[in-house]
Design a protein around this ligand. Sequence first.
Ligand SMILES: *Cc1c(COP(=O)(O)O)cnc(C)c1O
Length: 467
Amino acid sequence: MKYVSTRGGDLPKSFCEVVLEGLCRDGGLSMPESIPKVSKETLDAWRKLPRYSDLALEVMSLYATDIPRDDLKKLVEGAYNSDNFAVESIISERTISNQVKVLGLSEGPTYAFKDMAMQFLGELFPYVLEKQDKKLNIVGATSGDTGSSAIHAMKGKPRIEVVMLSPHNRMSAFQTAQMYSVQDDNIHNIAIEGVFDDCQDLVKALNNDIEFKEKHHLGAVNSINFARILAQVVYYFKGYFMTTESNDEKIDVVIPSGNFGNIFAGIIAREMGLPIHKLILATNENNVLDEFFKTGIYRPRASKDVHLTSSPSMDIAKASNFERFIYLIAGSEKTKALWEQIEEQGYFDLTGDPLWKERASWNIESGESSHQNRLETIEKVYRESGELIDPHTADGVFVGSQYLDGDLQLCLETAKPIKFYETIKQAVSDAPFDLTEVKAIEALPQKREVMANDVTLLRQFIESALN
Ligand SMILES: *Cc1c(COP(=O)(O)O)cnc(C)c1O
């Protein structure tokens, strides 16, 4: 399998080549040059596979064709096991009404679905670095979830150092503890005296300095990495097998969305032949994607216009992976032209385009929720089923409820309720949380360095701490 750029201007590459890269040279994102189709027989065989890692091996071997099967087997077994995940099945399911199930993707170490992909990258990166005899210094900025997930996946891994910037005193006590309690030598938490945007600007400043970047082997674990998407394709298959009796059933899937990574994995799974009927995209008040699917206009926001919401992991200004969807439906020439329009005028508008007439055939619905909608949904689900859901998942359940059509609806749970217990308490004041584990993590010793918002200091740190 070769990988090409969504904008058509880069040479085809192998899977291992794209794993360590960010954007393609032409500014586009890597995509497999074709999407493999899975036959009915294969689907039947996959349904019978006992372990999550067995299925991951089958799905991923169609894409990671330059990794020998035995090696890939070790990688997926290293990622998807009960040391890393709280349940043997890796993902879990709960029923919240006769038409709706919640698929638990947050059984990993940081209680959020990012672990599903990041745990795999934690195996894959050292493997690829070893093969290419390279090392990697991951420098990132986080407002909570992604950084934490990356730290827990990369801690103690050979050939990798992580420098993670987070806004000093601006994360919840639990998020802070989850990140800063990691003591491994290769993890460097830096609390920047500033806000998340300052952290992001610092990372950008370093990345714009090509010489510094190359000298210090700087890289990222950003959401545009195709390996992350690939890892997420697996749980669409597993989730389908867990919640249906046979491969003749159709289901709808609801996805709380930010950067369009999670839903894009679902689009690929469906393209491969998984019997998903509708994919339902749910956003919070940061509704760039809902706006596109409703109006045909894609207009990324300025970061100052991002709303801070009670589903913070979906607070985005633009949806990076959305470009991959446009590439799938329109090809690279069109994608390139549309992203040039964004550069020039800040948006593109498909309403006059023949593509928009095919809108119905995409089988993607969308909607958004407000803070109030999420609280009411959390309360309603708890009252009717006794199950607690987190604010991100509540966004999905709320939007999904507008599209119930008789098929089973699977709502992807992207974070565990306990991670956001403060918000949930606003909806269900007597929610039965066992905070023992949370308090234990909060009580662990923390390791971090506080730093002024100053790129010179950050450079000095990297020069002295990493070599
Ligand atoms: C990252 C994240 C999302 C959004 O996922 P995308 O792949 O960016 O669309 C939703 N919920 C939670 C809890 C997340 O951490």
